[in-house]
Design a protein around this ligand. Structure first.
Ligand code: NAD
Ligand code: UD1
Length: 334
């Protein structure tokens, strides 16, 4: 049995559908801080099976105790955490407390109840601003630009130290690049509360007529068209990276880190163009000043995930736009 923390969130919910498809038994724990219970229904409708769900805080050892006693947990996928970069600057302690305490509580539960493995949601943000692209797993990853990113660095180190002291435990860090898109069934996707910070959900709101136009943050970067370049990966590809990691853990151990991206960079204007084609009309945008803290270019070296996990992302930008738009139309009743 796999424990999926934060399983009702964007990445967790899509990964649950993939776990189901691959025949894994899993149980979800989520405190609904950044998700809605209706996502459980959407997972059920998408997979045909209602997952077992605990509405609980992963930082709470007594809640974890109940879950571990009631289920034979062999492995954990730890998605639960706070992820809003701007808020983490204003409220760093909130971010350190939740992201670090949840990770500590899970390691302690692994010790107490004997679970063997943990897959942790890390981020490309740990590569900071000094490494050259493409980012490689063995580059220094100790200088994120904001408290959110620094919680990821701390958690990576906690898990590294924990595994070193407990060689029978298995730890896999997945450093995600930019997941976008939605499940092709259209019932699961990403719809953050309030005005979205991130590019893709913002674009979907503009496409859906909920926001007037996109602000393109910066057109004078040192990139082919002057706008920021990122490694966007389809959320279903990212979900599949988790089952690839679990499969690999069945036959291996130790501490491992993998980038999860496509290895290709795409600019903001290229995404705008692709989405315009998907919706059949030009997506409105204006150029705006650079967003503080943004870097010009981020993309992954994906050799290690391919060679060790046998994982390669399949989908391109068009499919990401198509599935994202399919979700938005259903979600916004268009
Ligand atoms: P999300 O906010 O959609 O999902 C996180 C889920 O965890 C939410 O459902 C939330 O309610 C839950 N949660 C938070 N704290 C909890 C706690 N203490 N106890 C129980 N549940 C709790 O975020 P996401 O985009 O699905 O991201 C999942 C993980 O991946 C996060 O750790 C995030 O930092 C990491 N990550 C995300 C991205 C991205 O672009 N989305 C990129 C890199 C890394
Ligand atoms: C975000 C997170 C980062 C995380 C990464 C990986 C922020 C600030 N950073 O980074 O911690 O590791 O995802 O998933 O949230 N853009 C616009 N207009 C907008 C929004 C974005 O032009 O309204 C541009 C940005 O300048 C950037 C690109 O779009 O060039 C992608 O931005 P975003 O989706 O926010 O992701 P990242 O900044 O890469």
């Amino acid at each position: 049995m796999i424990l999926v923390t934060g399983g009702l969130g964007f990445i967790g919910s899509h990964t649950c559908t993939r776990l189901h498809e691959s025949g894994y038994d899993y149980v979800i724990v989520d405190n609904l801080y950044n998700s809605d219970i209706s996502v459980l229904d959407a997972i059920e409708k998408t997979t045909g099976a209602r997952p077992k769900f605990y509405n609980a805080d992963v930082c709470d050892p007594s809640a974890l105790e109940v879950i571990f006693r009631e289920n034979e947990i062999e492995g954990i996928i730890h998605f639960a955490g706070y992820k809003a970069v701007g808020e983490s600057v204003a409220l760093p302690l909130k971010y350190y407390r939740n992201n670090i305490n949840s990770t500590l509580a899970l390691c302690e539960a692994m010790d107490k109840f004997g679970a063997q493995s943990i897959v942790f949601s890390s981020s490309a943000t740990v590569y900071g601003e000094k490494n050259p692209v493409p980012y490689k797993e063995d580059m220094p990853a100790d200088s994120a630009a904001n408290p959110y990113g620094r919680t990821k660095i701390v958690c990576e180190n906690i898990l590294r130290d924990y595994q070193a002291a407990n060689p029978d435990k298995k730890v896999t860090l997945l450093r995600y690049f930019n997941p976008i898109g939605a499940h092709p069934g259209g019932l699961l996707g990403e719809d953050p509360a309030g005005i979205p910070d991130n590019l893709f959900p913002y674009i979907l709101r503009v496409a859906a007529g909920k926001l007037e136009r996109l602000n393109v943050f910066g057109n004078d970067y040192d990139t082919p068209d002057g706008t920021g370049v990122r490694d966007y990966i389809h959320i279903m590809d990212l979900a599949r990276a988790h089952t690839a990691a679990l499969e690999h853990l069945k036959k291996s151990g130790g501490f491992n880190i993998y980038n999860v991206g496509t290895g290709k960079g795409t600019s903001v204007l290229e995404i705008v163009k692709a989405m315009s084609e998907t919706i059949g009309r030009p997506l409105e945008y204006v150029f705006a000043p650079r967003r503080p803290g943004d870097i010009a270019t981020s993309y992954a070296n994906v050799d290690k995930a391919r060679e060790v996990l046998g994982f390669t992302a399949e989908y391109g930008i068009e499919k990401m736009c198509e599935d994202g738009w399919n979700y938005a139309r259903k979600h916004f009743n268009l």
